[in-house]
Design a protein around this ligand. Structure first.
Ligand SMILES: [Zn+2]
Length: 384
């Protein structure tokens, strides 16, 4: 067989791919349930072992599941290669599969908990590796897959592993879902998470209101002031997502808490914004305001290396027969933020097309499975 004939895309079977995805979807994996996530890690590990991949499993911490790293059964371990990243957790609770997110196929649409974000994409990585093994072919660069157990809560226990694996790699491909008709992701905002605690003074709301210092009133003013720092023109957003306070209807509230979500586009001095969030003077001098937290995921900027990687992917897609576009800067973050911020060319959103991430109608397009599998395989075989 000539080289050019070898590079022709061999048969990919959508039904087979979907059957594999279904097996992974039907093991429910809420991020905080490490035992549940590990049931899927067991299956993924055996799927990878069966095709000859070497796996390394790092026990989970803080109640999260294990981190699973797999190496394709070829290539020099020490040569910088291609790192594929996916997460095995979902935002959906155990039981969603039997109630709100029953696995079902209606025409081209396939529903299931976490099928779009991102079990379909994670499975495609495994399928692509299996494809090379079946064809008896190899990639030029060594390939690793890293599956993390808790991306949906910010990858607190896997960030270091992602960064360490990325540092050893030439390219990082992230199998998060495709957007809006198959677009991939080449830039993401940075994400900051903060907790605010306000301490006031309790008193009787009826007989001694003047003695109290309302932590809730202080919080209300803080929320307005914080959210006013948002700047849609440059893409900075601040949202207080959760707030609570008070102890009883007839007591001036002594305590209030809130969570703060910050998104900062690439090219903005995130530290300056972070400092403004952390150092909140109290409006009421008798209240105490404390803020903890910081940037969880640094911004992912579309630099030269990322542009070149995207152009390469576009060329691969064109050979397969579709147009690959990238989506404009997204406020959603992923594990792609970590390698991109380290300067490693990173392409994200390579997973299945669909919609409804985290929602009740979470779904993928069956028709996208084969082209996305072909795209990944083609990239793995052409990246140098
Ligand atoms: Zn995801």
């Amino acid at each position: 067989m000539t080289d050019s004939a070898r590079s022709n895309i061999p048969t990919f079977d959508g039904e087979e791919i979907l059957a594999g995805i279904r097996r992974w979807v039907e093991i429910e994996t809420p991020s905080h349930d490490g035992v549940a996530v590990n049931k899927l890690v067991d299956v993924v590990q055996s799927d990878l072992t069966r095709i000859g991949a070497q796996t390394l499993r790092t026990p989970g911490r803080d109640g999260f599941g294990d981190i699973l790293e797999a190496r394709a059964p070829w290539g020099d371990e020490n040569e910088p290669g291609i790192l594929i990243v996916g997460h095995l957790d979902t935002v959906h609770p155990i039981g969603a599969l039997a109630t709100t997110h029953v696995f079902r196929r209606e025409g081209d649409t396939v529903y299931g908990p976490g099928i779009y974000d991102m079990k379909a994409g994670s499975y495609l990585a495994c399928y692509a590796l299996q494809h090379f093994v079946r064809e008896g072919r190899r990639t030029t660069l060594p390939v690793r897959i890293l599956y993390v157990p808790e991306e949906e809560v910010g990858s607190p226990t896997s960030r270091a592993a992602i960064e360490a694996a990325a540092r050893k790699s030439k390219y990082v491909l992230v199998m998060e879902p495709a957007r809006d008709g198959g677009k991939c992701v080449t830039a993401r905002k940075g994400w900051g998470r903060f907790d605010m605690t306000i301490t006031g003074r309790a008193s009787h709301a009826g007989s001694r209101p003047q003695d109290g210092r309302s932590a809730l009133r202080e919080l209300a003013r803080q929320i307005l002031d914080l959210e006013a720092m948002s700047d849609p023109a440059v893409g900075i957003s601040i949202v207080v997502g959760m707030a609570q306070g008070g102890s009883a209807p007839n007591v001036v509230p002594a305590l209030a808490t809130a969570t703060i979500d910050l998104r900062v586009p690439p090219g903005i001095d995130a530290d300056a914004v972070v400092q403004r969030v952390l150092q909140r003077p109290a409006f009421d001098p008798d209240c105490r305001v404390e803020v903890t937290g910081g940037i969880n995921r640094p911004a992912y900027a579309k630099n030269e290396g990322i542009t070149a990687l995207f152009e390469h992917a576009k060329g691969c897609a064109a050979e397969i027969g579709f147009v690959l576009e990238d989506t404009p800067l997204t406020g959603g973050v992923s594990d792609g933020n970590f390698p991109a911020a380290l300067g490693i060319p990173t392409l994200d959103g390579l997973g299945a097309d669909g919609r409804g991430a985290h929602a009740l109608d979470e779904q993928i397009s069956f028709a996208s499975l084969v082209p996305r599998a072909q795209l990944l395989v083609r990239m793995l075989e052409t990246l140098r």
